[in-house]
Ligand binder design. Structure first.
Ligand SMILES: NC(=O)c1ccc[n+]([C@@H]2O[C@H](COP(=O)([O-])OP(=O)(O)OC[C@H]3O[C@@H](n4cnc5c(N)ncnc54)[C@H](O)[C@@H]3O)[C@@H](O)[C@H]2O)c1
Length: 421
């Protein structure tokens, strides 16, 4: 079992990772042509964003960080402080004029850079992505890409624009860039487990961080600082965290989306008001056109057992995706080295830019986000939801305005009472 400790998961494994990437980096240097320097900007200066800057600078020796943006100045300063103490300190060149804050800071950042790293709170992703792609910038885009269907529709349009413009769009669904998972998937797609008859995936973890409250914080500030616990900001943990598992299954199914889902869920452990309006567990059954079903569960319960695993059951064997092994007629186990998938994403992005061979991950990042939203909406409403119904959803979680002030928390969903919109 790989570690599912979130901090380790986000930052990767340091020196060993760099050593293992020597070959791709050398090869990349050969292809650095035209303009040597690539200016990178970060939007959303939290744990993942800070890690993504390190991954980007690991990947490309001629990239430097020149601009940062966070809605809160203290978050930007903390991230900058960490980066200035990193192994890439010399390429952290963010002067005072390029430190942008507030809700509109991203617009200024985009003007100043060639490559934009999007790692803010999921709710804001569609607008950040649209602005970056419209300005012709290359993008690394964290998951999930939206929290509601109108948001995903916007990202679908933006992805199509990136493809038209020939700019790269690399998704933060990092397992797709994990070498051993690429190997196990290749085998599944080549028929190593025979015909797929069923699927199972689990993302059970403990509790995550909570950043507390301060009397001077408005409702809006409190919610954005503790965004995990508000559906309008995170999409709930099925979208924010378990999307990784859903995406691995989507990948195993060669990116064919399911036709329907029936889900249940609720909050049994994290019931205090400080946990906003998200659920703490989901159980979902997705079904494909062929009749194949995915049994998926996810939960965030402090003190309970953790498990992150995904299985593909076929007529010839069983693949354990997270363990990189196959049992049955074509038994196999990954025994090679595993470079950091987080670095790999950026090696791929910068190589695509240098070689002018754009990557566009728009299709699967939208479909995986839709699967997660579909599961959440089914659990919230208690309804079976088809893909076609989902795509007509008008539920838009955007607040009337982005400003620091009162912002009441929407009630916790009640299956059977909360309507599907
Ligand atoms: N791929 C992965 O394995 C992985 C791992 C962790 C997190 N993530 C994703 O990365 C994103 C960030 O997660 P995190 O753990 O770094 O959270 P975080 O809270 O540490 O960082 C998010 C930052 O975004 C800032 N922010 C919020 N709204 C903003 C806005 N409108 N403009 C600019 N900045 C804004 C916040 O102030 C915060 O500093 C999330 O989408 C999360 O799902 C991905």
């Amino acid at each position: 079992m790989p570690s599912i400790d979130r901090r380790h998961f986000v930052l990767g494994s340091g020196a060993a990772v760099l050593g293992s990437l020597a070959q791709p980096l050398d090869r990349l240097a050969v292809h650095v042509g035209g303009r040597e320097e690539l200016k990178v900007g970060l939007i959303g200066c939290g744990g993942r964003g800070t890690g993504a800057v390190i991954n980007a600078l690991n990947a490309d020796p001629a990239a430097k960080l020149v601009a940062m943006c966070d809605v809160f100045p203290d978050r930007l300063d903390a991230s900058l402080g960490r980066l200035q103490k990193s192994q890439h300190a010399a390429r952290i060149q963010v002067d005072e004029d390029h430190r942008f804050t507030g809700f509109d800071g991203y617009k200024h950042l985009i003007e100043a850079v060639d490559v934009v790293l999007l790692a803010a709170t999921p709710h804001f992703r569609p607008r950040h992505l649209a602005a970056a792609v419209r300005a012709g910038k290359h993008v690394f885009c964290e998951k999930p890409v939206a929290v509601d269907v109108p948001g995903v529709r916007s990202v679908m349009e933006t992805s199509a624009l990136a493809a038209k413009n020939g700019t790269s769009l690399v998704s933060g669904l990092c397992y797709r860039y994990d070498t051993p998972k690429r190997e196990v998937m290749k085998r599944i797609h080549d028929g190593a487990v025979g015909r797929i008859v069923a699927l199972q995936c689990t993302y059970n973890t403990g509790g995550l961080w909570h950043r507390g409250s301060k009397p001077e914080w408005s409702d809006m500030e409190y919610q954005i600082r503790n965004w995990l616990y508000f559906t309008w900001l995170s999409g709930d943990h099925i979208a924010e965290q378990s999307i990784h598992s859903l995406d691995k299954i989507l990948w195993a199914m060669q990116d064919e989306p399911p036709v329907k889902v029936t889900a249940s869920g609720g909050r049994i452990n994290r019931i205090e008001p400080k946990y906003g309006n998200v659920f703490d567990h989901f159980n979902t059954v997705f079904e494909w056109k062929s009749g194949v079903k995915l049994f998926h569960s996810c939960r965030q319960w402090a003190g309970a057992d953790s498990d992150v695993s995904d299985y593909v059951f076929g007529t010839e064997g069983v693949a354990a995706i997270q363990r990189h092994s196959i049992k049955g007629a074509n038994a196999w186990r990954w025994r090679g080295r595993s470079p950091s998938m987080y670095d790999n994403e950026h090696v791929a992005l910068f190589r695509a830019i240098r070689e002018n061979k754009p990557i566009n991950n728009g299709d699967y990042m939208c479909k995986a986000t839709l699967m997660a939203i579909m599961g959440r909406m089914s659990a919230y409403t208690g309804k079976t939801i088809t893909w076609d119904e989902l795509m007509k959803s008008k539920l838009n979680l955007t607040p009337e305005r982005y400003e620091f002030g009162p912002h009441p928390v929407a009630p916790v969903a009640r299956p059977g009472k909360t309507p599907f919109v």
